[in-house]
Write a protein that binds this ligand. Sequence first.
Ligand code: UD1
Length: 376
Amino acid sequence: MKIISVVGARPNFMKVAPIHRAIQEYNEKLSSQNSEVQKSGNPIIHKICHTGQHYDEKMSKIFFEDLELPKPDYYLGVGSGSHAEQTAKVMIEFEKVLLDEKPDYVLVVGDVNSTIACSLTAKKLHIKVIHVEAGLRSFDMEMPEEVNRVLTDRISDLLFVTEQSGFNNLRNEGVSDEKIYFVGNVMIDSVKHYLPKTENSKILEKYSLQKQKYVLVTLHRPSNVDEKNQLEKLFKLLNRIAEERKVIFPIHPRTRKNLERFNLNETISKNIILTEPIGYIDFLTLTKNAELILTDSGGIQEESTYLGVQCITLRTSTERPATVEVGTNQLLGTDLELAEKTALEVLSGKIKVGKIPDLWDGHAAERIVEIVNSES
Ligand code: UD1
């Protein structure tokens, strides 16, 4: 069996890494079986295609190193552009790969433009599509990721969900139960696997941060950073928090560009450390040791819930409701007064106690490989 997995943007790398590892382990187990005994399956040929949606060293290369991912078999080098341009370029280049490789499955993760581009290309060539992290819904079609999620799920053949809501959403959309598998969360597989490595990270020393005494911030959603007024308001909130604690904010290229475009750099408190985007292990170290996280990311809501770290999500909706229902996440929308009040409460000790959602146990990728194998 041949599978081509797609990675494109930063949040994809840590989801494909455990799948690659699980396939390798499966192949090793298979080859170690006594040849006289009938082998219990066929080896899986796994190839990785990087679309090049993210191309900066700090957004891509460092993740391959940190996550011990092999050099991709294909690099499409599509780069930035409008949504249509980026999606179209990925489709054109990925079609050539598929015609050449003729895989049995294309495996896509998450919800970025590369996810929909590659699943659509595969489906049109009658190649089966596996969607890992299926079924998540924010119900906000203004988010490009929601469009990508809904459309990818519609054409996927095997849908692996991370939480019960994913199962319910897909069922409500008419996806038949046989295609849906609740397997847990590959993102958490990576957190669990790489956590020991955070012991060697020097990131706290580098920025003179003390464990449990700083606030970690990430903001990059178009709805938060593409409009001057909103970005200005968010920095007012961060400046207020910076009166209480050191704040560290690794800045995404989109946010960096907008801070310059709107001339906001001068308004930022000296107690806010703005850094370049940070690699996987160092970022995990920052997440694990933070007193509080403020974010608009998807994955960080999950990582903080798993690690039991307080998280305030500055968005009106979340496609990951388990992080709010059972985890440490608080969804506070665009009400920045409420966000300020809540953040200050957390810093004074009023925390939200959370639990780890079902099956977020570090074994999601193994379950996926087992199921794909039994389906083929
Ligand atoms: C993409 C994903 C988003 C994900 C985010 C994580 C889509 C629709 N969105 O958004 O879901 O949370 O990645 O980072 O796929 N840029 C660089 N260097 C890079 C990559 C991007 O400078 O390596 C710049 C681009 O030129 C552009 C901006 O960052 O100006 C946005 O990049 P883009 O890939 O279009 O979307 P993201 O906002 O990163």
